[in-house]
Design a protein. Structure first.
Length: 327
């Protein structure tokens, strides 16, 4: 059995994986060699970021049996050919949720406490006072209540506001979430939220969900934070909502095109905080990912249900514990 990796492992991670599957050949392909190595893989764990992988060829060959994505998002591997194939896919949903929650908090509080204004004043050595806003007692709307959305709600509950959420499977509402609505009620959520956080996967159903009509539903002065994938948002419509003053600000860890091109008007908007898709970064990211992969590898080797088994037609896992009937 050949296990091919494409995430930044160190020798200690390779040792951990080798100890979990002592009979396997372990290949640390890295970003440069993965497009070739994937063709010789039985199991693949990673996220190819530099070169797109030849998924159609991988499927045609029929050797690859399992993809463990090292990202929560699966848009990098769920091509139509992979979806139609027998390849099993598992995601890293929840593995990076602590960091995503911290980063969302940074963007939200940064915008509400006017940090972009004060930072620009600091660079000019100007001691100016300007209005700020409160996160406490705000109504927060979370779009997508999977691993990241749920962790966000847990963290944000201390701010004593209302927390609302939408999800394709609106089950298991924690008591500190006031309402968990089906995904079709997105516009209801937008209409009452002071802060809207996007934590939904990119699928055919979510692509472009924040369009001009959705933005027009949002409360005047609301803030939009995107921790998910850029193509969820129609960027020209967002720019219009931000320049017209309808939205007070946006925090964008992701954009439709990454890197965000220099000519994007988003760079110059004073009420936008942009970070370069670093929400999941963490000093322990590779350790945590390796631990998660090894747990799933043990399950794979002993024919037990995998964690975060993806329903490939939906584009995300329905259950962290592999039971498609519920969470
Ligand atoms: C990062 O964007 C991830 O999907 O984990």
């Amino acid at each position: 059995m050949r296990i091919v990796l494409c995430y930044p492992v160190e020798p200690k991670h390779l040792a951990e994986i080798a100890a979990t599957a002592p009979d396997a050949d372990l290949i640390d392909a890295g970003q440069e060699r993965i497009a070739a190595e994937i063709l010789e893989a039985d199991i693949y764990c990673g996220h190819a970021k530099v070169h797109p992988l030849p998924w159609d060829e991988v499927v045609r060959q029929g050797r690859l049996r399992w993809i463990q994505s090292s990202a929560a998002g699966l848009d990098h591997c769920l091509t139509p050919s992979v979806v139609a194939s027998p390849i099993v896919v598992t995601s890293a949903s929840g593995v990076l949720a602590d960091q995503v929650a911290e980063h969302a908090l940074a963007l939200i509080t940064g915008l509400l406490r006017s940090l972009p204004v004060f930072f620009r004043a600091q660079q000019r050595k100007e001691f100016i006072r300007r209005p700020t806003r409160d996160l406490h007692r705000a109504t927060i709307g979370i779009v997508g209540f999977g691993g990241n959305g749920r962790r966000l709600a847990e963290v944000l509950r201390v701010f004593k506001g209302r927390i609302l959420a939408t999800d394709v499977f609106p089950d298991d509402k924690p008591e500190y979430v006031e309402a968990l609505w089906p995904a079709e009620r997105l516009h209801d959520l937008l209409a009452v939220s002071d802060i809207v956080i996007l934590a939904a996967p990119l699928t055919d159903a979510t692509r472009g969900m924040i369009d001009a009509a959705a933005l027009a539903c949002m409360k005047p002065g609301a803030i939009l934070v995107n921790m998910a994938r850029g193509p969820l948002v129609i960027e020209p419509a967002l720019v219009e909502a931000l320049t017209s003053g309808r939205l007070a600000g946006a925090g964008l860890d992701v954009t439709a095109v990454e890197p965000l091109p220099p000519e994007s008007p988003l760079w110059d908007l004073p009420n936008v905080l942009i970070t370069p898709h670093v929400g999941g970064q963490s000093a322990t990211r590779i350790d945590d990912m390796t631990q998660f992969f090894c747990e799933n590898l043990r399950r794979w080797l002993t024919n037990r249900p995998l964690l975060n088994l993806v329903d490939k037609r939906l584009g995300f896992p329905r259950s962290r514990f592999g039971d498609p009937s519920g969470r």
